[in-house]
Design a protein around this ligand. Structure first.
Ligand SMILES: *Cc1c(COP(=O)(O)O)cnc(C)c1O
Length: 386
């Protein structure tokens, strides 16, 4: 099927799906098998074995995700962190240097500061929204610049075009964690990023019932990452791959709803007397609102806000919420709230958190698929009582 000719919504449904369907099936069947018989093959590279990410459930995802990202190829993994660790350990070597957006996902932060450091891979944090502050001259052996499309939990937005231009000028690989935006809201590959990574656990699957990761990019880079993942072993289980393919089909309808709901919730929270700040790229006072509006189809489902009364009040608010569940993760059907100072950025100490701007009274809200009126009513009754 000529995938490029179709709209994103159509690709969500049809790209990568075997047609005609296997034994006539409309939905992709589950190939819950570790290995495949093939009496004629004696070449290791031709072996079909689920750890080698060539099970039909994995292959369908690779084709669908590549089409959605506007990329040549894709690779799924057992988790977002499996994708990110495979990428960093495969494309960086001892002595290499990495430029990293400050305030990234806590797991990625810890991976870089604790694990990569053990292998002699150095890093430095940069303000991804301020290209003038990026190192000039660039440190020798700098290989990669790594940013997130919306930072966690403050929803800061990098200067995307400047990242791509800086990477090209200095011969760096440009990598973006696009988990928070999802390919529905933002497509970094056509903009010139080399690799896009996702915690597919979040919006791509969208139902809080799968752990998975994905990476999209050029055929050459994905081929390298596939061979390394075959060694490191973080492949995605067929049943999880089946659920992810199924979840992906509703990405556009879910995100349409979540974009609209989050904008309403942010509008309600903005200016609330109990709050010191509200972070959402859809709000006009967000420092990158105009750039976000230029690049994003929607502003996403995540809103973070800081209570004036601090940590204890944030904790009380969580207890007072009725509908909104207190749980880490995001991008599912149930609205979730989390206190980033204690969960998301748990790899950071208090000083690092403060440097990153993550206050003790900060809460991160991930909108689900409930009605915006019910969610706002829940937040309202809780805010009135703290
Ligand atoms: C959750 C998350 C990850 C890690 O993904 P897992 O699937 O939990 O391993 C990485 N990056 C971002 C932005 C995330 O939100």
């Amino acid at each position: 099927m000529s995938q490029q000719a179709h709209d994103f919504e159509t690709q969500l449904i049809h790209a990568g799906e075997p047609r005609p369907g296997i034994l006539g099936s409309v939905a992709m069947p589950i190939f819950q098998t570790s290995t495949f018989e093939d009496p004629h093959e004696h070449d290791y590279n031709a072996i079909r074995y689920t750890r080698l990410s060539n099970n039909p459930n994995q292959l369908a995802l690779h084709d669908k995700l590549a089409a959605l990202a506007g990329a040549e190829a894709a690779l799924v993994s057992a988790s977002g962190m499996a994708t990110i660790s495979n990428l960093l350990l495969s494309l960086l070597s001892p002595g290499d240097h990495l430029l990293m957006q400050n305030c990234v996902y806590g797991g990625t932060h810890t991976l870089i500061t604790h694990e990569l450091a053990r292998f002699g891979i150095t890093h430095q944090f940069i303000d991804a929204g301020d290209p003038a502050s990026w190192p000039q001259p660039i440190p020798p052996k700098t290989r990669m610049i790594y940013v997130e499309s919306m930072s966690n939990p403050l929803l800061e937005i990098p200067d995307f075009e400047a990242v791509v231009a800086y990477a090209r000028k200095h011969g760096l690989l440009s990598v973006i964690d696009n988990t928070f935006a999802s390919p529905y809201n933002f497509q970094p590959i056509p903009l010139g990023f080399d690799l896009e990574v996702h915690s597919a656990t979040k919006y791509l699957n969208g139902h809080s019932d799968v752990i998975a990761g994905a990476c999209m990019g050029s055929a050459r880079l994905i081929e390298t990452l596939l061979h390394k993942q075959n060694h490191f072993g973080g492949s995605l289980d067929p049943h999880a791959a089946f659920l992810l393919l199924r979840g992906l089909k509703t990405l556009a309808v879910r995100l349409t709803h979540q974009n609209a709901t989050a904008l309403e919730v942010a509008g309600y929270l903005d200016g609330h007397p109990a709050l010191a700040s509200v972070n959402y790229p859809g709000l006009e006072h967000h420092p990158r609102h105009r750039m976000a509006a230029r690049h994003f189809r929607g502003f996403g489902g995540i809103v973070s806000f800081e209570l004036k009364a601090g940590s204890d009040a944030a904790r009380r608010l969580i207890d007072l919420l009725d509908l909104i569940l207190f749980a880490p993760s995001l991008g599912g059907t149930e609205s979730l709230i989390v206190k980033p100072a204690t969960v998301v950025q748990s790899g950071l100490d208090a000083a690092e958190r403060n440097a990153a701007g993550v206050g003790e009274g900060l809460l991160r809200f991930s909108t689900g698929l409930e009605s915006s009126a019910d969610l706002i009513a829940d937040l309202k009754q809780a805010l009135e009582k703290i």
